[in-house]
Design a protein. Sequence first.
Length: 308
Amino acid sequence: MRTAVGSIWAVFAICAVPLVAQSSAPKSSPKTSGKPALPDQTNVQSCVKGLPSCDISKLTVDQIKDVAKAASKRNMDYCMDGSTLCDPTRLTAAEAAPVQAARYRRNLEKCSEGSSACNPLLLDTKDLASVRAGAAERNFSNCLSGAPNCDPVRLNPEQNKTVEKAAARRNLERCNEGAPSCDPSRLTAGEALSVQASALRRNRERCSNLASACDPLALTEQENKALRIALQRRNLANCQLGLANCQPLELSQADLSAAQAAFKIRNVEACKRILPTCDPSILTGPDLAAVEAEVKLRRSRTTRAAKP
């Protein structure tokens, strides 16, 4: 009986061992069970982009190849764009050819535009001739317009004649306008007469406008007479208005009487308004009565306004 019971317990113990072992084994995460963990791609991307945060020691052999390929492409792009970041020693023979062609093309464009960054020593014979022709044409245009960067030494005889004619025409225009940069010594006899007529016309206009730049000595006798009449009219107007630039000694007797009449009217108005410019000594009887009536009216208005 004891032997049979012992055998049963022995079988139970043997069967229980795998169950205990299975229950004690660590359980895998349901999300990662059966799948390997993905490597961190942040460092790889930093290395591919050439960022300072790249840690080369963490790269695999295949990743290092990808990083080297990306670095080579970046350098190629720098060299094609003419960037200072280009390292020509890293270029292959196949890469150096298009880079050299791009460099030549950029230099040719600079030379064609007349840039100071142009290096003509890098140009071939055909392009050098074209660049020289373009530079000569630009210089000719600058000389025609009177630009300061004109180099007259580089002009051919035909261009020099054309430039001289353009310069003479510009000088004639400046002289006709009365510009200080006019050079009268370059004028022909006919041009000098035209310039003199323009100067006289401008002076007549200034005198007609009673401008301070008017030169009466350059006027004819008839023009001087008209100028004197205009000045007398302006002086009379100034005196009638009581302006400080009135010159009473230059008035005729009739104009002086008109100015005095205007002054009397202004004086009555000044007395009515009780201004310090009022001169009661020249008021007539009717004027004095009008002034007193106006003063009383003003005072009554002030009194009514002061009452609550």
